[in-house]
Design a protein around this ligand. Sequence first.
Ligand SMILES: Cc1cc2nc3c(=O)[nH]c(=O)nc-3n(C[C@H](O)[C@H](O)[C@H](O)COP(=O)(O)OP(=O)(O)OC[C@H]3O[C@@H](n4cnc5c(N)ncnc54)[C@H](O)[C@@H]3O)c2cc1C
Length: 400
Amino acid sequence: MAQSRMNPEQLAFQEHCRSWLRDNAPPPPSERLPLTPLEVMTEGQRDYLVEWQGRCHEAGLVGCDLPTEYGGGGHEGFQRIANQEMARARTPFLINIVGLSMAVPTILVHGTEEQKKRFIPGALSGEDIWCQGFSEPGAGSDMANQQTSAVRRGDDWVVNGHKVWTSLGHFARYMILIARTSKDHKYDGLTYFLCPIAGQAGVTVRPLVKMTGESGFNEVLFEDVVLPDSLRLDDVGKGWKVAMTTLTYERGAAEGAGGGGTAADPTAKLVALAKKTLRGGRPASEDPVVRDAIVERAIVAEGIRLNARRARVEALTDHPMRLPLQSKLLSSEFTQHDARLGVSIAGAASTLYKLDPAAPDSGRWPLSYMNSYGHTIAAGTNEIQRNILGERVLGLPKSK
Ligand SMILES: Cc1cc2nc3c(=O)[nH]c(=O)nc-3n(C[C@H](O)[C@H](O)[C@H](O)COP(=O)(O)OP(=O)(O)OC[C@H]3O[C@@H](n4cnc5c(N)ncnc54)[C@H](O)[C@@H]3O)c2cc1C
């Protein structure tokens, strides 16, 4: 948001964010933090990040747009400012990404008053970490193919099934869960629940290890897990519709409750790397091929930034899903190209991994390169995004 476009109240809030972040920079973590919340592995990392989110929430930088009765700040439009300032100050990320970007907005739209008061404050403070139980071994792109079942028993539901790729499941207190409550209807047979995970009888969480050696996501098994009906979100059989609300936020089509800021200058790290890496005795930043590649990245980054601004003005887009879907595609591919360029600039040194003291930028580039492939898969693969863009936005014939 350009400074000149802000009203006095927004400017005062921006100043509050800046001065608070300046005076309250967190101490360096005692152990290395991962690149994103999806790879938080240890209790030490978790505790450090939960504490940081709690402090940001207390200072009014999280949940800014939400009503005060749910622990929010009650000022619509302030979250974007807080996100920008957190990104500018290069603070640690907010750990509760699923809670802030998906669970909270979905509960706000579909929850009862009691559910809003019970679940939203803990998600904002980071005390209650959330995970997302949508994907299953046979239900990824075909999300409606859910086999996890919830069977009614009096006032309760009994859940059995197997979720997979559950980011943060190992630290989560709650899961947003889709389960099949009827086999007779594919879409209308799904129901959405707010399911306790930590310490819940019948729930087993098993970490999955990625090629980076990190274990940010898990499989979660449900064996006769009993959920009271009060944990159902919206009507029985309306799970697909509720899940679409979650996906709208997950794919970035709408702003969540905090922490979604992008780095103020996404190519700055590449420039710094090129300046300190020698090629033929000269800094790589003097190599015209490297310069050209970095400038190309900067142009794409600027395009993504301007598109994000354009997406907020309804009159500037012909279809409400065009820019959000494009943005998810472009941003995930940007991350991949950015990491690939970093690896190529670092050259042979990028074979040194994160524990090697000689690794450029503490091994950031190979780690980022390997993790970047997850970005074009998570939240719906880019092939699926292209199908949706083609069919629903461009009006092309449906793929077979
Ligand atoms: C880092 C990461 C974190 C994740 N975190 C979570 C999480 O917290 N919770 C959760 O529920 N899920 C999570 N996921 C899972 C993610 O949502 C799924 O991986 C994704 O939806 C794809 O499903 P799949 O892996 O089953 O692949 P599949 O659906 O089996 O797809 C395999 C390949 O086939 C292609 N394909 C499939 N159907 C079509 C089609 N109709 N047209 C063209 N191509 C097609 C896909 O694009 C893909 O290339 C995460 C994934 C990653 C990578």
